[in-house]
Design a protein around this ligand. Sequence first.
Ligand code: SF4
Length: 362
Amino acid sequence: MFELDDLIERIKSNDNRLVALQVPEGLKMQALEMMDAIEEDTSARIILAADPCYGACDLVHDKMQRMGVELVAHMGHSQMNIDSGMPTEFINVTYDGDPAIDPVLPILSAHRKIAERRLSESVNDEMSEEEAQERFMDAVGRVAPLKGAKLGLVGSIQHLHLIFDYKERLESAGFEVEVPVGGARLSFPGQVLGCNYSGDRDDIGHYLFLGSGDFHPIGLVLHTGKPLAMLDPYTGGAEEMSFERIEGILRQRFGLIMSSDKAKTFGILIGEKPGQMRRNLALRMKRKLEKHGRKGYLLALEHVGPELIDFYPVDAFVNTACPRIAIDDSVRYAKPLLTPFELEVVLGDKKWETGYKFDEIP
Ligand code: SF4
């Protein structure tokens, strides 16, 4: 379900003549239909921003201003704490499917037991190098000690209008439920992004994700080190994020860190998209490399891809653009592609025993 009425009202009251429509990849097939609907009801002409768009980090910015675009209509993502320099109307997309919770209850009960066991475990700060490396790769349990075993209820944006209804259903089934509220990059209670899980708290011991796909679940488990169940509103199916899968990713990160140990030269990627641009972090990585007698070259890109960077004569890359590029796509690159935290481990500034730290954009 998407609602164009507010957008049409805004276009009419501003008397906008040229409007850019930006839609996520999954809705591009319906984009022409939306353009027709807006043009029929207003005197504006609509330009589809047809480049790939994966988040509100990727808002149409000044390039369209130079084309004469007065307003951007951005669909399917919520507003972030960024300024693209363009007036932007955010259009919600919601899905009303509300599957029964019964299939997910056995998984949640098993995860609550894991959280309760972790609550009673003490943390051993004295560990050998081998134990520290094992802790680094532990899917659940590597992060700070828990203070509670509550169920954290989160979801992707299309399903968040149902989140408090699900909270009540889960409470009736005997769970103590928290809908976490995150930082300024997030707009709604229970919201998570692929790069931001800032609502996590130490009294939450395990999670339920309302949504489809494993993009957000992988990031949530990497970030929190807590078990996670998934309930898919499109299929009604329930499953858990497999610990083996997360440990596989952590082993891969471990391997890339080890293989960068002797790297002398690094390309430091800076994302040009408004919500991915971390210039200060990139400059900090360059200073760190210099301090450790290594060399960093700053490379700014709108899109990051192997064909755009693999040919540079450097030993490895560190990515300060979208954190998920290094995590999800690293096998596509010929050279190690590290996150800033991973580079700090390579340089010895961060330790294995602190556990893996997900690269979050606050
Ligand atoms: S995960 Fe990447 S694409 Fe998604 S919002 Fe974050 S920076 Fe943008």
